[in-house]
Design a protein around this ligand. Structure first.
Ligand SMILES: C[S@@+](CC[C@H](N)C(=O)[O-])C[C@H]1O[C@@H](n2cnc3c(N)ncnc32)[C@H](O)[C@@H]1O
Length: 299
């Protein structure tokens, strides 16, 4: 636990109302949905969204039998739960992506959008995702691109100290990182993912354009230029579809959660608790009003 990378904590945050609702971000939301639909297989067995927040994109996953909304923030997950009601497809799981509370080889599909910029240790996160990925499945990753047009212009005018062209991540605000597409692909490959189809998204994320042009027109233009990644990736947001590692475990039917401390598969909840059967661990985790809480053990 002591060497755990720092976490950007959204507990109690007003992210939904401060950033999305009524904040003129219809263009970004719709452009991201276009990209997601182009990359994500429309149906399947088990999907996880990592850093799902308040469940903004949850309605994109209705073709899946089981959908895990995973986030560090219990309060945002409660907002998702309130919005989605009692749809039995959805599971709400609080935890830290550096210690995923799932058995190996579980998920057919994994989605991560607008969250990688909070990852101080990308290789550690990708190693966890490679472990819980089911061979043969797909992982849709969106990341904030440091090599974007605005950063290039600012760097050219000497209004920005860091270079958008060098591969290393840049932390422009504490626990907020932009990444170079080449560096991200290297990290994915080191974790045994196979990066493939790539879309460049949100080129028109400019206040004046959003004020002047109808959202539908901007989204239409975006959906065309999303295909231009072969010309170069200079958009603020990049989506990449990754094949899961081809070898690795496939989860045994009936096994789902694993202790985040020692990775031992957990038996079903009893009396609102999941108890690790490993005698050397024995941690207990709370299940309360439909929320599985792996942030810290009760015991
Ligand atoms: C900017 S929000 C994006 C939410 C959602 N993906 C969306 O696009 O609406 C980033 C989310 O990442 C989550 N997050 C950050 N660090 C995390 C970690 N270590 N483990 C799990 N979730 C984390 C935050 O709690 C927050 O909900």
């Amino acid at each position: 636990m002591t060497d755990m990378p720092p976490v950007c904590d959204y507990e109690g945050s007003d992210y939904r109302t401060r950033f999305w609702e009524g904040q003129q971000r219809g263009y970004e939301d719709q452009a991201e949905r276009v990209a997601l639909r182009r990359l994500l297989p429309p149906s399947g067995h088990t999907l996880i969204e990592i850093g799902a927040g308040f469940g903004r994109l949850a309605d994109e996953y209705l073709g899946y039998e089981t959908v895990v909304l995973f986030d560090y923030s219990r309060s945002l997950l409660r907002e998702a739960q309130a919005a989605l009601g009692d749809d039995p497809r959805f599971l709400y799981v609080a935890g830290n992506w550096y210690q995923m509370p799932f058995v190996s080889g579980l998920f057919d599909a994994m989605v991560q959008i607008r969250t990688l910029h909070h990852a101080a240790d990308v290789p550690a996160l990708f190693a966890q995702l490679a472990r819980i990925a089911r061979p043969g499945g797909q992982y849709v990753l969106e990341f904030a691109n440091k090599q974007n047009l605005k950063a290039m212009v600012r760097y050219g005018l000497r209004r920005q100290s860091w270079s958008p062209f060098t591969p290393e991540p840049v932390e422009f605000v504490e626990l907020n990182f932009d990444f170079h597409p080449r560096w991200i692909r290297q990290q994915l490959q080191q974790a045994r993912f196979s990066p493939g189809r790539t879309l460049t998204v949100s080129y028109f994320r400019v206040g004046a354009l959003k004020r002047l042009l109808p959202t539908g027109l901007l989204v239409g233009l975006d959906s065309v230029v999303q295909y231009s990644s072969w010309l170069g990736q200079f958009s603020p947001s990049v989506f990449v579809l990754n094949a899961h590692p081809v070898t690795g475990e496939t989860a045994v039917s009936g096994h789902f959660f694993a202790c985040p401390t020692c990775q031992t598969p957990l038996p079903d909840a009893d009396n609102g608790r999941l108890t690790c059967p490993n005698p050397a661990c024995g941690h207990q985790w709370r299940v309360e009003n439909g929320l599985y809480d792996f942030k810290e053990p009760i015991l």
